[in-house]
Write a protein that binds this ligand. Structure first.
Ligand SMILES: [Zn+2]
Length: 292
């Protein structure tokens, strides 16, 4: 009987590994050079090169496509100023969750990075700061021990060097494969931000599509200035779960950037092409990283 189960487990494992490999390859070839893509929002075709030139914003309806962390850093940091830190940190499988290693390996191959958060120092509009970006293409930008540790180390660096901090979030929330260890990162990052606040250092949080779950409920919404990129979806639980729980119809545009601004969670909604100039203007207003 035991043999039967172990054989079945092995077959399921092999299938999942094969499936992950297949999807990774498919995703990489989803957008071949020189082709048309369909906008997720208005469904109109867009020439891929045109989309790239428009910073991945639909020229027809203004929908902001998801972009990876490296592209985001290239858009925000001044040319050749970004110096990455802690890039060597890699997730382990502390709870022994089945298939977690395979998922990590697949995400590493797909993104060519060790986890879902890239962090470092740079200048934005000539103002020095520390910049961290979550990558939703790496396991939906989920926060496990490594993401939490890298966010915390970046905050500690900002404190040590007395510089402002900018974090751009895009996340499905806590990484379920690391269970309680993922949830602990919420308290850890929030605790580090409290120290940053005590030093009177500026923290600008930028929330992009999607910023949800444990990331939305911790460092993403703890900015001195909370910015949402246009088209961002910001919330804790998914709208379907909320609807089922409270058994009521939800308002139109629930969890949109504009909705969250109307309800006081967000200070500014900014279009992607304005984001860099908006952040550098805020850094200028708080020169030296000081809030007061
Ligand atoms: Zn569109």
């Amino acid at each position: 009987m035991n043999d039967f189960f172990s054989e079945r487990k092995k077959r399921l494992h092999d299938f999942k590994v094969k499936f992950l490999k297949k999807t990774a390859v498919k995703k990489q070839t989803d957008i071949p050079d020189g082709l048309f893509l369909k906008c997720e929002e208005c469904q109109k075709p867009i020439y891929e090169k045109e989309l790239e030139a428009q910073l991945h914003v639909c020229p027809n309806c203004g929908f902001h496509f998801r972009i990876n962390a490296k592209k985001r850093i290239a858009m925000l940091a001044d040319d050749d100023t970004f110096v990455e830190v802690n890039e060597h940190l890699e997730s382990t499988n502390p709870l022994g969750m089945p298939f977690y290693e395979e998922k990590l390996n697949s995400a590493k191959k797909f993104t060519n990075q060790n986890d879902a958060f890239i962090s470092g120092s740079c200048t934005i509009g000539d103002y020095p700061c520390f910049l961290g970006v979550l990558d939703s293409f790496f396991m939906m930008g989920s926060m496990g021990s490594v993401v939490g540790e890298k966010v915390t180390r970046l905050i500690e660096l900002a404190i040590k060097e007395h510089k402002p901090l900018v974090i751009v979030s895009a996340s499905g929330g806590a990484r379920m494969q690391e269970g309680i260890l993922s949830l602990m990162q919420m308290a850890k990052t929030a605790g580090a931000l409290k120290k940053l606040e005590q030093e009177k250092l500026l923290y600008i949080s930028v929330m992009t599509y999607p910023t949800t779950g444990g990331v939305a409920a911790s460092f993403a919404t703890l900015g001195d200035i909370n910015i949402a990129e246009k088209s961002a979806l910001i919330g804790f639980a998914g709208s379907r779960v909320i609807k089922q729980t409270i058994k009521e119809e939800l308002p139109a545009h629930f969890q949109s950037a504009e909705f969250q601004k109307e309800h006081g969670l967000i200070d500014l909604v900014v279009e992607r092409k304005q984001l860099k100039s908006q952040i550098s203007a805020l850094l200028k207003l708080h020169q030296g990283g000081h809030k007061a």
